[in-house]
Design a binder for this molecule. Sequence first.
Ligand code: NZQ
Ligand code: ZN
Length: 397
Amino acid sequence: MNTHISDFTFHNPVKVVFGKQKIEQLGTHIPSDKKVLILYGGGSVKRFGTFDRVKDALKDRSIGEFGGIEANPTFETCMKAVEKIKAEDYNYLLAVGGGSVIDAAKFIAAAAEFNGDPIDIFGKGIGAGKPIESALPFGTILTLPATGSEMNSGSVISFKEKKSKVGFGSPKVYPQFSILEPELTYSLPKRQLANGVMDAFTHILEQYLTYPVGGMVQDEMAEGLLRILIKIGPDVTDERRLDYNLRANFMWTATMALNRLLSVGVPGDWSTHALGHELTALNGTDHARTLSALMPSVMTVRKLKKWDKLVQYAENVWGITEGTEEEKIDAAILKTIIFFKSIDMPVNLKEIGVTEADIDTLINQLEKHGNVSISERGDQTLDVSREIYLHALHTAY
Ligand code: NZQ
Ligand code: ZN
């Protein structure tokens, strides 16, 4: 356990291009000699005109396209893109979409250059977990503020056959640039807007709600970003409110939530994500909905472990100043639940179709993926994870 801010090197090489009409400048960000493969998802970018703008901006370039990347992108689909890259000699990728397309681009970029079987890019019971020596360069155009994938070097991939969802990370898979046009969020339905607010909120909590080491910069930034999401969340999730500044603040908050600025030098938790990925692998629940269904139970079951930070969260994020420490914590947990409900997110496992019979499967999968001693102190054993799942299943908030 650290008692002070630990040493760190911070280097985030992603060029962020933020604002209006930035797609039109694509040609200035991609070297002119590159053959570009445009990656996209289930078709929203075609329906809402983004794809045409991309093609227009690259009309003098050699380009191709690969669509059909699913939400929670699969290894199987990504490997089809790798085949196309090898057959047609692409040497640059452009991901146009949300976290799923961007995560897929990261894996595809690494797999296309990988010496050996790309399954070995993954550890965690899936492959050998070999280091990535090189990857194709790529840029992104973000259409859904949520994951922060546009400014980080992590990726989460699903395996249909293995019914697994696991991540990998490497400095080789930072995007070279990411275009953030807040107006691209105008076509998002309420459910995805709420997912985005929730995912960003949880990313901040996973890096903040641990134990104090005196990281004033990290703590104050985290608290500020949480307060922003609480303030704008209800308006952001009103899909009819096409307010530029509202969406711009949402987009930048989600990016800032997971670009390493909050996590350097301080402990991180990530247990809610580990438990959540197993829920998505189990029944396909949206990533963010697994997080909201678990977080109140994580806060409650792990209250003693997270005590000091929960008090700080109550005071600095929710402005709770009255009562004993425990009363402040309980009030903050309640306010958190009310906030999640206000943006129509589930707050227990029943709401996302989990039953008691699923718990053993979830625990077995956590074990298979090596998540046996997680959380900020590494003391969240499978027994504790089971307690959290059961709490989230049986507590009706
Ligand atoms: O597929 P299309 O047709 O494009 O539709 C998508 C998809 O159905 C739609 N959408 C995206 N932009 C839109 C839009 N619809 C209308 N207008 C737009 N502008 O939204 C749906 C969901 O998209 P998806 O990319 O799956 O969502 P999200 O950004 O939430 O990404 C989720 C994935 O990211 C991973 C998750 O596990 C999940 O697989 N994560 C990645 C992280 C990272 N790399 O750092 C961290 C996160 O914790 C997370 O694990
Ligand atoms: Zn997440």
